[in-house]
Design a protein around this ligand. Structure first.
Ligand code: SDX
Length: 379
């Protein structure tokens, strides 16, 4: 058996999947055959969820039924809301609060916890309930932390629109609702990224869907993965306050050996197609507000990083200034990533259960192989 170590599983193909395909050299992303540009332009997040989980775009009736089922599941059980309240009052980190609350959902899930954890129909129902509740958890956490009352979810608003309504206690205008819906579409799935793979590892032991999603939330939180979007905005604000030009600021950061957040990718060798779409959105929002500062600053950094390091932006680079100009608090950027990616996690878990093999790689042992035991008191 080969002992060649593939650190970080770089380039290792460990599964087949019909959910999404990335061409890292062309900068192409498709979900079940549909170009991400078409989906971003035309599909709602609910439509993309249906596509990922059921393998085809829904008819109007199928979409309406699916959306209504989801909307009816947005409310949190009182105990879960109490826990969210306690976590907010303890000033817990938002992604840690989400991890805890998502895990707790299983105790109040309508499906029998003794049911077969790999049952597809049960997991589709659980998947709808988890996906419907995450926005309510995130919005309630933020409002309680800021001293406001949580806002009850509404069933007459779309998934994206309802989140902004619960967050701000006012219905979003059409541009904000459409922009946020598009952002959820863009983040929904992305091959075997770290958080998706962790959901697969968990489900490969035939553990349950809530455990798999909880694993994924914990994994997404890291700054090399989902945590990067918030760090991009913190970087832009630091740069803005520094009085330096982008080139000098980036140079100084690189000289310190810092990573420039929002750049580089394990799969893309060119600009992430999602960054292209979000960059256009960031510019549009800036133009509508009469201030394209954040977009222009981002473009300066992008040009410099491309020229100096040959590194292109990933999805997190322009999502930062887009969310910021939408008035979304910076520490909610990664929970919002989770709000979307939960659709991909569940899609991959459904595939894993369908054709399961325990995920269990090996390590090349480099430790000592021959030690004599010495009694404790003689060491
Ligand atoms: C996401 O996998 C996915 O699909 C993820 C994602 C999704 O939708 O799920 O696309 C979402 O997580 C995007 C990535 C968000 N993370 C960041 O923006 C953090 C900053 N980026 C890096 O840390 C890095 O680029 C990674 C983690 C994204 C990718 O890391 P790799 O593939 O392990 O690349 P590497 O660390 O081996 O870097 C290769 C070289 C190194 O140079 P050398 O040390 O060999 O000289 O490129 C350099 C790195 O130093 N490099 C960077 C850099 N990213 C890589 N240098 C400065 N700034 C950076 N951001």
């Amino acid at each position: 058996m080969s002992e060649e170590v593939k650190k970080g599983l770089e380039g290792v193909v460990v599964a087949e999947s019909e959910l999404s395909f990335i061409n890292g050299d062309e900068g192409r992303l498709i979900y079940r055959g549909y170009e991400i540009e078409d989906l971003a332009q035309n599909a709602s997040y609910e439509e993309v969820l249906y596509l990922l989980w059921h393998g085809e775009l829904p008819t109007r009736d199928e979409l309406d039924a699916f959306s209504e089922e989801m909307a009816a599941e947005r409310e949190l059980d009182e105990d879960v809301l109490d826990t969210v309240r306690k976590l907010a009052e303890a000033d817990e980190q938002p992604m840690a609060a989400l991890r805890t609350a998502v895990s707790m959902l299983s105790a109040y899930d309508a499906d029998d916890s003794d049911a077969d954890p790999t049952d597809r129909e049960s997991n589709l129902r659980k998947g709808q309930r988890i996906t419907a509740k995450i926005p309510t958890i995130v919005a309630a956490f933020k409002r309680i932390r800021d001293g406001d009352d949580p806002v009850e979810p509404r069933e007459d608003l779309g998934h994206a629109e309802n989140f902004l309504y619960m967050l701000n206690d006012e219905e979003p205008d059409e541009v904000l609702a459409e922009t946020f819906d598009m952002a959820l579409v863009l983040h929904a799935d992305h091959g075997l990224n770290a958080s998706t793979f962790s959901s697969m590892v968990t489900s490969s032991t035939l553990s349950d869907l809530h455990s798999a999603v909880t694993s994924a939330v914990g994994t997404l939180a890291g700054p090399l993965h989902g945590g990067a979007n918030a760090n991009v905005m913190k970087m832009l604000k630091e740069l803005d306050e520094s009085g330096k030009d982008a080139k000098t600021w980036v140079d100084d950061a690189l000289d310190r050996g810092d990573r420039i957040m929002g750049f580089g990718h394990r799969v893309y060798n060119v600009k992430d197609p999602r960054a292209k779409i979000l960059g256009e959105k960031s510019e549009e929002l800036g133009e509508a507000a009469g201030d394209t500062k954040w977009y222009e600053m981002s473009v300066e950094i992008e040009e410099y990083m491309q020229n100096e390091k040959g590194l292109a932006p990933n999805v997190d680079f322009y999502s930062a200034s887009t969310y910021y100009q939408m008035g979304i608090p910076i520490d909610l950027y990664t929970p919002i990533f989770a709000m979307s990616r939960v659709g991909g996690w569940i899609g991959h878990v459904l595939e894993q259960y369908d054709d399961n093999r325990l995920i269990r790689p090996r390590a090349k042992y480099t430790g000592s192989k021959q030690e004599e035991w010495v009694p404790t008191d003689e060491r």
